[in-house]
Write a protein that binds this ligand. Sequence first.
Ligand SMILES: O=C(CO)[C@H](O)[C@H](O)COP(=O)(O)O
Ligand SMILES: [Fe+2]
Length: 222
Amino acid sequence: ADFANLQFEIERLAGSAADWLHCDIMDGRFVPNISFGVPVLQAIGRHAKQPLDVHLMIEEPQNYLAAVRNAGATNITVHYEACPHLHRVIQQIKALGCRAGVALNPHTPVWLLEDIAADLDVVCVMSVNPGFGGQAFIPNTLRKVAALKELLVDSGSSALIEVDGGVSRDNAAALVEAGADVLVAGNFVFGSPDPVATLAELRAQLSESEMLEDESEESQHA
Ligand SMILES: O=C(CO)[C@H](O)[C@H](O)COP(=O)(O)O
Ligand SMILES: [Fe+2]
C-alpha cells in the first residue's frame, strides 16, 4: 500500500472482499529491510475495519507482543526461525487474547511444526523470502501447503494455512486446492489500478474454481 496515504488505503478496503488487513513489520535484522513499527501499526488500527493480521519479521518478537496487541492486532504471527522458545511465545500470544501464528521461511520444512501444530491458530507458509513485497512466487509452496495440510490433520490441529508472498490470480486457485485457507496478496492488489475490484475478481475466481471442484467430485461419486 501507499505508506504516505495509509488512511485512504485502509478506508477504501473497508467493505471490500478482504477479510483481514495483513501488516508486515520488519526490523532490518531478521530480514534485510525495515518497514514500520508499533506507532504506525497503532495508526492503522485506528482506521481499520477488518481485523489486523500482524506478521512480525523481527528478532525477539516476545518483547513486542503486548504492544502489538494494544495497537489493535487480532492475529500475531512470529517466525519459527526467530523463536528458540516457540512454545512459550505462542502461549504468550494466546494469553493476550490474539490468534497465534507461526511463519515458515521457504527453506524451513513443515515437519518441524509436528510438536506444536495443535497449539497453533495459523501457520503462515512464506512463498517468497521474507523482507520485500513484489517478489516472485516460489512454486515449491504448493507441495509444502499440501504436506502441511496432512500434518495438521494428523495432529488434530485446526490451524488455518496462510500463504504469503507473490500470490496472484495465477496461483490462488491452486493454493486453495492444495489446502490454503488464507491468501495474502500485496503487490497483486495494491499494484493494480483498482485494488477493490482486483480483490472482488480474485474472490469470484476462487468461488468459481471451488464450484467446479465440487461438481467434479459429485460426478466422480455418481
Ligand atoms: O511478508 C511479506 C514479505 O516479507 C509480504 O506479506 C508479502 O511479500 C506480500 O506481498 P506481495 O504479495 O507483494 O508478495
Ligand atoms: Fe507478510
